[in-house]
Ligand binder design. Structure first.
Ligand code: UGY
Ligand code: MN
Length: 299
């Protein structure tokens, strides 16, 4: 302890000026931290970007709430996908959260093969990295590259093979049958899909839909593109569920009362009626892929 100029007893480290004049003989813990920065300098120069905290062991931006979840890449946990060969999977959305669908990343390694979904479950697959060969029932192979996708109606035979490696994002859902309507097998590529109108959004973002919009389909997959600085006009609250994968760019996602910095690689689950809003920030455009259930009476 030292006595301050006003006569109070103070611990050494609070009176830098006094210690510099030699009153405090304790070893100096006051000048700098181990990085050579002034002690406590972070308090007055706070880290504004949470990504700097990524060096902190245990830090994650992932969040799990009852009406939304943000699952960031450092939280992905992969394990062998049952029924697939040489493939690791990380489920990012599942019914355990309250969702009626699953969304998972499948990492196909050398000489890998897909398995089939359970009975009455439809499947949508989008290639994120590498390429896969899709064999149809007659055994004919078709190569799907990055940005290509395929949809399989419930109970339809199909097989993916990867000879080197490939990463896929997969959506599956128990099909909601509708009398006199059936879905068909679809194969396509994002860039082949036309740009669509975005009512209520005054052309703020670009929208493509990867599946037909006809009644037979009980969900669609949207590809949404935003230039930096663009944001959703509508502060959406709706009955539909979403599973989202940010493919490129960064920005702020509002989910309920929380505002999250997000970037490419992040996955989001949105329960029905969760308030949702996005603004694209940074220097490059944002692209995200979005599952949305459609065409069915919510009753
Ligand atoms: O179509 C949608 O519901 C979409 N605009 N939602 C979203 O981007 N969160
Ligand atoms: Mn929405």
């Amino acid at each position: 302890m030292v006595r301050s100029l006003t006569g109070d007893l103070l611990p050494c480290f609070l009176k830098i000026a006094v210690t510099e004049e030699g009153f405090c003989s304790a070893p100096s813990i006051i000048d700098s931290n181990s990085n050579g920065n002034p002690l406590y300098s972070k308090v007055i120069n706070p880290t504004l970007s949470p990504s700097h905290l990524q060096d902190l062991p245990g830090f994650t931006r992932s969040v799990y709430r009852n009406d939304h979840a943000l699952i960031t890449p450092e939280s992905h946990v992969f394990s062998p996908l049952p029924d697939w060969r040489n493939t690791l999977g990380a489920y990012l959305v599942s019914p355990a959260m309250g969702a009626h669908f699953v969304m998972y990343i499948a990492k196909m390694q050398e000489s890998s093969k897909s398995g089939l979904p359970p009975m009455d479950v439809e499947r949508f697959v989008f290639v994120l990295q590498g390429s896969v060969t899709l064999h149809n029932v007659s055994g004919i192979g078709q190569t799907l590259m990055v940005d290509s996708y395929a949809y399989f109606p419930p109970n339809s035979e199909h097989l993916f093979e990867s000879y080197e490696s490939a990463t896929l994002v997969v959506f599956e859902r128990r099909y909601a049958y509708l009398e006199n309507h059936i879905t068909e097998h679809v194969v396509g590529s994002t860039h082949q899909q036309p740009l669509l109108d975005t009512p209520g959004e005054a052309s703020v973002f670009q929208l493509r839909k990867l599946l037909p919009t006809s009644l037979a389909y009980d969900f669609n997959i949207h590809i949404m593109d935003f230039q930096p600085g663009e944001f959703l006009n509508v502060k959406e609250v709706h009955y539909n569920q979403h599973g989202l994968l940010l493919l490129e760019g960064q920005g702020i996602y509002r989910l309920g009362d929380s505002w999250y910095p997000v970037e490419a690689g992040d996955a989001i689950w949105m329960a029905p009626f969760v308030p949702q809003w996005y603004a694209a920030l940074g220097k490059i455009p944002t692209r995200y892929l979005l599952y949305k259930d459609v065409n069915r009476n919510p009753l």
